[in-house]
Design a protein around this ligand. Structure first.
Ligand code: IPE
Ligand code: IPE
Ligand code: MG
Length: 248
């Protein structure tokens, strides 16, 4: 067990979990409904994982809500997703605050509407001092954007003579990424049956454990989430060492 993991009863709880919430469209289509019905039903799963993570003592939960590539979807679907984001934010922020959860959005929010940007800023401000858990919602997020953006921030510091080129290393680059300061990513879950990362947390996933499930996002609730956490508990994380070295 690394220092970054806690032990609650017998299960090692990952400190930082990220989820690629996939399969909403297929969930709806299987029921003869339009794709957006799947997105609406996916909201219940978001509530379930946030509350379960908090109960289990997870320190950071990062959810992929909208990728930088998702703009390529039909305009109507994108617009429903934006409205849904706005609606959920309005409805849920007080509850997050009450539960001592710090909320933040990661990604390039500049492309969102002014109204949505304001909602996001207000929610971040309201919850900024909470220390129960950090909930990061990845919206207009791409892993390559995150790394490129971090590189840009460092280049800017060099050009302003605040740091020298020799100060650029893994640690200083990490400090400029969007999840800087949070515990290392322990577990990355993808629902919906595909085995890919879809440009999510490329930098942060370096030593994360991966968990893939066929379950479509609207069906992923507390039981499924606990199953993933239990599966993590059975993994042997070697970080480059041998099995013998890590078995204490
Ligand atoms: C994930 O579900 C939600 C978003 C990408 C916003 P999808 O909408 O990708 O659902 P599928 O993968 O088409 O079933
Ligand atoms: C990844 O799902 C993005 C989110 C879950 C928000 P996608 O459905 O967009 O991924 P691809 O296109 O199948 O790789
Ligand atoms: Mg998908």
């Amino acid at each position: 067990m690394t220092e970054q993991q806690q032990k609650t009863s017998d299960t090692v709880i990952p400190q930082h979990i990220a989820i690629i919430m996939d399969g909403n469209g297929r969930w709806a289509q299987q029921r003869g409904k339009t794709r957006v019905v799947g997105h609406k039903n996916g909201v219940e799963s978001v509530r379930a994982v946030v509350s379960t993570a908090r109960k289990q003592g997870v320190k950071a939960l990062t959810l992929f809500a909208f990728s930088s590539e998702n703009w390529q979807r039909p305009e109507q679907e994108v617009s429903v997703l934006m409205d849904l984001f706005m609606f959920v934010l309005t409805r849920e922020v007080k509850k997050l605050h009450k539960n001592n959860i710090r909320f933040q959005v990661i990604g390039d929010v500049s492309r969102f509407s002014d109204k949505l940007i304001k909602k996001i800023n207000d929610a971040e401000k309201l919850t900024e001092n909470n220390d129960g858990m950090v909930l990061s919602i990845a919206a207009n997020y791409g892993g390559r954007w995150d790394i490129a953006n971090a590189a840009k921030q460092l280049a800017l510091k060099v050009s302003e003579n605040k740091i020298s080129v020799d100060d650029i290393n893994e640690k200083t680059l990490d400090q400029q990424t969007s999840l800087a300061g949070l515990p290392e990513l322990d577990l990355l879950i993808r629902t919906g049956g595909d085995f890919r990362i879809s440009n999510f947390l490329l930098w942060q996933a370096a030593y994360a454990e991966f968990y893939f499930t066929e379950t479509l996002w609207p069906d992923f609730k507390e039981d499924e989430f606990i199953k993933a956490i239990e599966c993590f508990d059975e993994r042997e994380r070697r970080f480059g060492q041998t099995g013998e070295q890590v078995k204490k």
